[in-house]
Write a protein of this length. Sequence first.
Length: 366
Amino acid sequence: MRVPYHSGSEETEDFRWHLRDLAYGDFQERWEALKRLSVHGVAVVEPLLNMLQDDQLDWEARWFAARGLAAFDRPETVEALLRILAHGQEEELREAAGEALSQIGPSAVMALSSQLHRLDQKKIAGTALTRIHHPAAIAPLLQLVEDEDADIRQQVMASLGTYRQPDATHALLKALADRSASVKIEAIKALAVRHDLAPGYGLSDRLQRCLDDENAQVVTAAIGALSRFATASVIERLATIMEDGARPEATRAAAARSLGWMGTSAAFGALAAARVDGGSKLQAEIIAALASPPPALERMAVTALLERLPQLQAQPHSESVLQDLALALGRLGDRRALSALEALSTHDHEGVRLHSQAALRQLVVS
């Protein structure tokens, strides 16, 4: 391979050796050579382009050339990388070209968009578009929201979640009814942080419909997203899920956690009224939620914890939950818990005794 060099100076000599290392060295030598060549700026573009397009050179050298060209937003660079993306034989080299185009950014959007109709390039081009994070990428991404590949749709939803444009928002809302659980979860995660959405979008109602999804992970994601909607209807739905013995325990525990995050009197009332049934994970989540109330609800939380105590003591294998409850009472610092903690400090289980004694020390100090 012939690599064009500058000549006649010490710097040019170094430049030449770095190019040779990049073309013919081992992996580590190529890595170091590319780092050193980067300080030469645009002078390195032409030799890197030559390397990238030389199909007689081994693919790893061309892979490094593609990485190096990502720093240069120039028409000839975009054109060469697109040519590799469209016609390259090695999958790794095409992926490097796609990654380089995504780093170049907005000026590469049109080039990447032109590959979306090609089945063999769509995934690489689509992935590159999801990484550009520029409004120019929204339109081509919207072409992929109904793609048959769920992995592509999931990546698109993750990317569209970074935009606030109406088209992106409508695509995310529509994805809540996608046939793939992973796509729905990605849309839920993106919409959960959209505090800018006006009530007219009906986000709370749309997320509540996800509570009936057949996939437990979708339900759990929707439960978490609904924690920001402390309305009567949402609290009632989450409380119902928390009490539903037919639901997986992890789902019921997620509902308790979400109610705790709301931090309202109504939400804490639902937690306080929850039956003492289900496994230790659910009970631990209810106790954890009651243990972290806003100041105005601390008295309610302590009352609820003390009322749960006799029922928990009557359950078999409740030692870990009793430990959590003891620590919660100690943290809240309400002296109404003193007699209950004194009784727990003589429990048969060593862990319960130690946790109760630690909680008693907190009460004495507070």
